[in-house]
Write a protein that binds this ligand. Structure first.
Ligand SMILES: [Zn+2]
Ligand SMILES: [Zn+2]
Length: 306
């Protein structure tokens, strides 16, 4: 997934150019300080479990929070808001937006703007997480620098009509603190480990979740095969799918980005697809978009050496 940044979003600032022709980079202090702080807090969380207090309730709750928050990014921010691959009822959208905020990857509106830009300009200087610039840049490096997005340059105007999306956008920072730190800490009181709630459910979970998401911008463009476009860095890998809720079928996704599935075969490991499909059976999601299998076969055949 191509994913977005923490508190604010990046890329490269306009104005002066470097010797390689790219715009000069300007450090984003908010992102830099928060990323550093969150990683240190995650280390503190591990130390708390070893030397302070260990609770299976805290570990289980961190796993649960990891599940709902990361699914809110893959099913919500990515496939619903960025790609409009299906429709979802208001309560499903509200769930994605609340738990998506806990992922501290920006508001859904800005995340989608960056992500749509990634798809429009893959493997060019305008791609916010251009994989050609190497693993560290596409994984996390880009987050440390200011973007030249100017808001969203009109790419997400369709999302502005969604009141829930705009509410989350306007109150993103308090929602991120509430869902990502304060609520986990308060819930930790229930089993006598509020510090574990804050440090483990809040920050250890957050750092794991970030690197899971960042992997889709980095390794999903570096590891695997390219059956749908050998000229793009986007790749299919079942191993990356295992650690990214099914987002590792990235060659397919870049070719058919409006499809609600990333793993299009029934046996492809894509829990995000299974959840969206299950929700559709409950009436909570609708109009799931699928690419006809003949079209998929044609796309593969076009790049298979004869
Ligand atoms: Zn995408
Ligand atoms: Zn990508």
């Amino acid at each position: 997934m191509d994913t977005s940044a923490p508190m604010t979003s990046p890329a490269a600032s306009p104005g002066a150019s470097t010797t390689d022709g790219r715009p000069q980079l300007k450090l984003n202090w908010t992102n830099t300080l928060f990323l550093t702080f969150a990683h240190l807090a995650a280390v503190a969380g591990v130390l708390w479990m070893i030397f302070g207090q260990f609770s299976w309730w805290t570990v289980g709750f961190a796993a649960l929070w990891m599940g709902v928050c990361s699914m809110s990014i893959t099913a919500g921010y990515h496939r619903l808001f960025s790609h409009r691959a299906y429709k979802a009822s208001a309560w499903v959208r509200a769930f994605y937006l609340l738990f998506g905020a806990a992922g501290v990857q920006n508001s859904a509106l800005l995340w989608s703007g960056d992500h749509r830009r990634h798809h429009s300009f893959t493997d060019t200087d305008k791609d916010p997480y251009d994989a050609r610039r190497g693993f560290w840049w596409s994984h996390i490096g880009w987050v440390f620098f200011d973007g030249d997005r100017d808001g969203d340059d009109g790419r997400v105007n369709d999302l502005r009509s969604d009141k829930l999306v705009m509410f989350q956008h306007n109150y993103y920072v308090p929602l991120a603190f509430l869902m990502g730190a304060i609520l986990p800490m308060c819930l930790g009181f229930a089993w006598g480990d509020p510090i574990g709630g804050l440090l483990v459910v809040g920050f250890v979970r957050l750092v794991f979740q970030w690197h899971m998401t960042f992997t889709i911008n980095s390794l999903a463009h570096m590891v695997g095969t390219r059956p749908y476009n050998p000229n793009s860095t986007a790749r299919d890998s079942w191993i990356i799918a295992l650690v990214s809720w099914g987002e590792g079928y990235h060659s397919f996704h870049h070719r058919f980005q409006a499809d609600y599935r990333n793993g299009h075969r029934w046996f492809h490991f894509d829990p995000t697809k299974w959840i969206v499909w299950t929700l559709s059976k409950l009436g909570a999601t609708q109009d799931l978009r699928r690419t006809p299998s003949t079209k998929i076969a044609e796309a593969r055949a076009a790049h298979t050496p004869s």
